[in-house]
Ligand binder design. Sequence first.
Ligand SMILES: Cc1cc2nc3c(=O)[nH]c(=O)nc-3n(C[C@H](O)[C@H](O)[C@H](O)COP(=O)(O)OP(=O)(O)OC[C@H]3O[C@@H](n4cnc5c(N)ncnc54)[C@H](O)[C@@H]3O)c2cc1C
Length: 430
Amino acid sequence: MPPASAHTGIDAPADIAIVGAGAAGLAAAFWAARTAPAARVTLLDGARTLGAKILVSGGGRCNVTNREVTERDFHGGSPRLVKRVLQAFPVAATRAWFGEMGVPLHEEALGKLFPATNRARTVLDALVTACRDAGVRIQPSSRVSAVDALDGATALGARFALVTPGGLLHARRLVLATGGLALPRSGSDGAGYAMATAFGHRLVPTTPALVPLVLGGHVHGALAGVSLPCRLRLETSRPPGARPTIVDGAFLWTHTGASGPAVLDVSRHWLRADLEGRDPALQASWLAGEPPGRVEEWLVAAAREHPRAALRTVLSHRLPASMADLVANGPAAAPMAVLRRDERRSILSRLTAWPLEVTGSRGYTHAEVTAGGIALDEIDTATMASRLEPALYLVGELLDVDGRLGGFNFQWAWSSGAVAGRAAARSLGR
Ligand SMILES: Cc1cc2nc3c(=O)[nH]c(=O)nc-3n(C[C@H](O)[C@H](O)[C@H](O)COP(=O)(O)OP(=O)(O)OC[C@H]3O[C@@H](n4cnc5c(N)ncnc54)[C@H](O)[C@@H]3O)c2cc1C
C-alpha cells in the first residue's frame, strides 16, 4: 500500500465512509447524513450501477418488509441481540421512512409489504435520491480492496485508510455493508468477511440460505414445474431429542430438485445441520400436515363410499394428477375396494412422510441470503459498532443473521443500517 501522505485523501477524510451500497449501506448512509447534515458521508460500491440485488428482489417487486417482524423470524446470532436492533428501527419506522421518500407500501398475503407501484425500481430510485438529497456522496465503481486502521487518529481524525481504484480514501468512521455471498454477480462476494476478520472479528462458517435444494433420484425430473402445498419436517441426529423443524408452504418440483417457499425456508436448516454433521433427514407431507390418522380415515371412507373408483382418481381429488400417480405408484389403477391394508399403509406413508433425498443446494448463485457471517456477539447492537474497533460499524447480511422468506432480510438491512448510520453520525461530535 502506498504511504498515506502520497494521497490527496488524507487532506479530505470522509467523516463516515460506507462500503457497500446495498440495502443496508443505503440505509446507513441516509441516516448518517440525516443525523449529521454537516458530515461528509461517502458511500462506495464496487458495482458500476447500484442496487442489482434490490432490483431482482421479490421477483422484481421488492418485498420491502413485513407487517410484523420479530427476532423469531431470524436465525444465527442471539435473538436478544436481533430484537434490540429491530426495536431501535422497527417496521413502523421503515414504513414511515418509505412514506417520506414517496414510496407507500401495500400489504399482501402473509403480511408481506411491497411498494404500491409493485416495482423494485421505485424502491432503489427513492433510496438513491434520498441519499443524494441528504448530501451523501455516492461513488459507484469503487471496489474497496483493503481497509487499514491508522495507528492512532491523524490530525484530521482519520482512523481508516480504504484502498479504492481511485486511490486511498481516509475516513473517521467506517461502516462495512458489503453483504454476504448470495447472488455474487450483484457484487456481494464475501470481501467484507476478510476486512472484518482483519480487525479480529470471528466468522461463523457460512452456507447458502433461502436456496433451492438438489435432490437425488429421478422423481423430480418428471415432475418439474408441479407445485403443491406441503408440510416439511426436518429431523437431525443431534442434539439428542432435538425437536424437528416444521415448515408449511408451497413446494415446487424442479429439474434439479425442489424449490418453492417451503423448501427455501427449510434450506438453511438442512444446510446448517449438514455442515455441522447432524445428519439431516427431510420428509414432506403432501396433505399439508394433516395427521396420518385422519388421512387413513379418509382413505378408508373413500374405499367404502367409492369402491370402484381408482386409487389415483381418489388421490387426485387432493393432489395434482401427476403427484397422485407418483404417490399411488404400483396400484394406481386399482379400485379402492381391492386395496389391501398394507398397500393402504404404504400410500399413507407416501402421502404424509415422503422422504426427500437431499444431496445439497444450488449454492450461493441461487441463494437469496447467506447464513453465518460475522459473529453478532462482537457487535454492540445499540450502535452496531464493533466491540474490537469502536469506530468500525458492521451491518446487514455481512453479519451472522438470516431471516426467513417474507421481507425479513430487508428489514434486518434497514434496521441495522439505520442504527449504525445514526450512531456513527452521533459519535462524530465526541
Ligand atoms: C434474488 C433475491 C431476491 C431477494 N428478495 C428479497 C425480498 O423480496 N425481500 C427481502 O427481505 N429480502 C430479499 N432478498 C435478500 C436481500 O436482498 C438481502 O438480504 C439484502 O439485500 C442484504 O443487504 P446488504 O446491504 O446487507 O447486502 P447486499 O445487498 O448484498 O449489498 C452489498 C453491497 O456491497 C457491495 N460490495 C461488496 N463488496 C464490496 C467491496 N469490497 N467494495 C465496495 N463495494 C462492495 C456490493 O456490490 C453490494 O452492492 C433477496 C435476495 C436475492 C438474491
